[in-house]
Design a protein. Structure first.
Length: 343
């Protein structure tokens, strides 16, 4: 039953030999009624298993004992990792959460669930396997939040209590891994739940995130950071934000205080459209006087009649602002505006 369900979705699994186990997310997703996008396999020789699929093998990780191997085939991604201590029970006992600590023995078509993962999938609970497993990878503390908001789950109290004294460990994790988790967390339309969980787990402190009472959930990633980060420049340096993300966050913070038509135009359409949710989260009116973002100056430098330089730039900017405000709508009105401006 399990083998058939998995091989229908991931046909290359049929080629694997004994001592191969499908683990983690694919099983969780099937139990929850979701279609898994990829599959993880734990086995005795992950490199040989990956090579047996016939595709290009990509090594993941840079430490021998943590190495995994990925094969990307049409429509499917297969990841292979070694069984911890060459034993599936030991492997499952070291995983993060019970819903990820299940395995299907492909050779015997049996589901192994030593930690109650099926129960927790049914009850939509994120529950740790063992508290000490957070020390194996402190990013798991943040992953608890990600799973809760992405899949509509709750986190049990014992897991939250176990994360408290380990929250500072997130500072030892590579910035790109932390930012990936945060990007998923704040793209799940569960902003208030995410903020609450980060605060309850005290992850907000090492991550330097402000918490408070908010009033909306559909806040974008950049919008979430604009609300939660007091010093975007420092945060961007510590966690290696992209230049684009930093610009969006700073712009949204400015727009909260001033969002007239010109400010929105200068922000750009993609950033401006993130503002209403930010305003709703703050309990403020989200109605905006949006400009026409396709507006461009009606006159070029030759038509304005000023030599290239700062003076021309100032006139072109003044003309653009007048167009954005709706004061100038035609070329004739633009010529009259320039004549007045240069008189």
């Amino acid at each position: 039953m399990w083998r058939d369900a998995l091989t229908r979705r991931f046909p290359a699994l049929a080629t694997l030999g004994a001592d191969s186990y499908v683990v983690g997310g694919a099983i969780r997703d099937l139990l929850a009624g979701r279609e898994p996008a990829d599959v993880d396999v734990a086995c005795l020789d992950p490199l040989a298993a990956a090579r047996s699929l016939g595709g290009k093998v990509i090594r993941l990780g840079d430490q021998e004992h943590l190495s995994a191997y990925r094969v990307v085939l049409p429509n499917h991604v297969y990841d292979f990792a070694g069984l911890l201590d060459d034993d599936v029970d030991a492997d499952l006992a070291r995983r993060d959460f019970t819903v990820n600590a299940m395995a299907v023995d492909l050779a015997h078509d049996t589901l192994l669930d030593p930690h109650g993962g099926q129960r927790d999938v049914r009850d939509a609970i994120v529950r740790m396997v063992l508290a000490e497993n957070f020390s194996d990878d402190p990013l798991r503390t943040l992953k608890a939040v990600r799973m809760a908001v992405k899949y509509g789950m709750s986190v049990d109290d014992a897991t939250i209590d176990a994360i408290h004294p380990r929250a500072a460990g997130i500072l030892d994790i590579a910035s790109e891994r932390v930012m990936y988790e945060l990007s998923v967390i704040f793209a799940s339309n569960a902003f208030r739940k995410a903020v609450e969980l980060l605060h309850r787990m005290t992850l907000d402190e090492p991550l330097a995130l402000r918490t408070g009472r908010f009033h909306a959930d559909d806040v974008s990633f950049a919008g979430s950071l604009a609300l939660l980060v007091a010093d975007p420049h420092a945060h961007a340096k510590r966690w290696r934000w992209s230049t684009t993300l930093l610009r969006e966050v700073l712009t949204l913070q400015r727009l909260v205080e001033r969002h007239d038509r010109l400010a929105l135009y200068d922000a750009g359409e993609s950033t401006a459209l993130q503002l209403p949710a930010v305003l709703r989260a703050l309990g403020r009116d989200d109605a905006l006087d949006l400009p026409d973002f396709t507006i461009r100056p009606l006159l070029d430098g030759e038509e304005i009649g000023i030599a290239p330089g700062p003076a021309l730039g100032r006139v072109k900017r003044a003309l653009l602002e007048a167009q954005v405000r709706g004061e100038v709508k035609t070329k004739d009105e633009a010529l009259a505006f320039v004549k007045r401006a240069t008189a």
